[in-house]
Design a protein around this ligand. Structure first.
Ligand code: NIG
Ligand code: FE
Length: 416
């Protein structure tokens, strides 16, 4: 048994529960001043007022760590990323600044297809090495769990290689990973004009292999004009569910197709993007267990209106925030930027933004019973801020104020 107590914590701020919080409940975080956290064997044993908790849980051979002047939060969960990719697309970024649209570039054979070609020529080892660097960067911003998608192979071999890279990364670095198979990210050149046949190929030849090798927990699809429509998305996600996968969907990002409604219908764990969500679909999400995952850095980079976070929370949705880290629409993994956009521009309160990046992010990868809050029984995944109050997350705008990160009770990152 290994017990550590973090003492004299200026404040602990955390949502509470083991499920996604909906609507008003997102704002009800627990805030405890002068607190202590007791960690035993990688899990949280107790959290409470400093003196009383230290006295109650103090045993011999214990490690005590003084956290005076620091604020501690649950580890952040980045529940939507595409961080395994080859090459970069700076030219497209500049083209968009000059007026070209994301879908125009996509339809002209740039966009995702560009990255697919670069990713197909990557070795497994290169994927693992670049993946490691990107994860360590994310860890330094307090991210302790990351969902990673395939989707830049769009063929059997490279899709599997991306997922295998994620499997190797699970063992070689501290951030927890959740794998998502995104073979339905785009229609590959080989299937041009035959999107239904590509979906058939994924259902018949890819999903069974991914399942058999246990390479992914979730299956995702890009439901968008000139990619896959709602009917195809429904058919594909239902087939994936039947095979025992959880499902996710890129929905209503650029055009209002109704993918978020499909998410609620098929019982997806999350519906992601939602910039253009329609009111009726928002109500469907609110009444469902599907987490509405918003990716404001993508809206920011694409110069699009943000998803209507305020309306969604007010209608009772469970909202999560994630980075969407990818080389095209959103080449940033910045957690400080997410807090700034959510609170300053999307009218979310700081409490709601915190819940969205912790407990609700955890729910968006089906792990809210294990991570996402500082409560007894949960993993001791903790972010230690260099500041005494959590308001600095947004007040010290777009600045990384993370001093230390704990994963399963061990310090895995320190700024000093
Ligand atoms: O979530 N929208 C689809 N997929 C990514 C972008 C991928 C890319 O452009 O490479 C997204 O924004
Ligand atoms: Fe995405």
């Amino acid at each position: 048994m290994k017990r550590t107590i973090l003492t004299h914590i200026s404040e602990v701020v955390t949502p509470q529960g083991s499920k996604a919080l909906h609507g008003k409940d997102m704002g009800k975080v627990k805030r405890l001043k002068n607190a202590a956290i007791v960690i035993e064997d990688g899990k949280i044993l107790a959290v409470g007022p400093n003196e009383e908790t230290v006295e109650k849980y103090h045993i011999t051979n214990i490690i005590l760590k003084d956290m005076t002047g620091k604020c501690i939060l649950p580890g952040f969960v980045d529940s939507h990323t595409h961080f395994i990719f080859g090459g970069y697309r700076p030219d497209e970024f500049m083209m968009r600044l000059n007026g070209a649209s994301y879908l125009e570039i996509h339809k002209a054979g740039g966009g995702i297809w560009n990255t697919v070609q670069a990713t197909r020529s990557m070795s497994l080892d290169e994927m693992v090495q670049t993946g490691k660097e990107r994860l360590s960067d994310m860890l330094s911003m307090g991210v302790t769990t990351v969902e990673g998608k395939s989707g830049y192979g769009l063929d059997r071999e490279c899709e599997l290689r991306q997922l295998e890279a994620l499997e190797i990364l699970k063992k070689e670095q501290p951030v927890s990973l959740v794998n998502t198979f995104l073979g339905a990210h785009s229609i590959p050149e080989e299937y041009k004009g035959r999107s239904d046949e590509y979906i058939d190929f994924l259902i018949r030849e890819m999903l069974p292999v991914v399942k058999e090798k246990n390479l992914a927990e979730y299956v995702d699809i890009f439901c968008e004009n000139s990619v896959f429509d709602c009917e195809q998305s429904r058919r594909y996600l239902l087939a994936a569910k039947e095979m025992g996968f959880g499902v996710k969907i890129h929905a209503d990002e650029i055009e209002a197709l109704g993918g978020s409604g499909v998410a609620a219908e098929v019982g997806a764990v999350s519906a992601d993007h939602l910039l253009m969500i329609r009111k009726a679909d928002c109500e469907k999400l609110a009444a469902s267990d599907t987490v509405a995952t918003l990716l404001p850095a993508t809206a920011f980079c694409l110069h699009k209106p943000y998803a209507p976070a305020r309306e969604m929370i007010d209608s009772g949705c469970a909202v999560a925030l994630a980075s969407d880290y990818n080389p095209g629409s959103c080449f940033t993994n910045s957690i400080p930027l997410l807090f700034a956009l959510a609170v300053i521009h999307m009218k979310m309160s700081l409490e709601e933004a915190l819940c969205a990046l912790t407990l609700n992010g955890a729910a968006a990868v089906g792990k809210a019973d294990q991570i996402g809050s500082i409560e007894p029984g949960k993993a001791a995944d903790l972010v230690v801020l260099e500041k005494p109050q959590y308001e600095f997350l947004v007040y010290h705008t777009a600045k990384n104020i993370v001093g230390e990160v704990y994963k399963d009770g061990n310090m895995v990152y320190s700024k000093r």
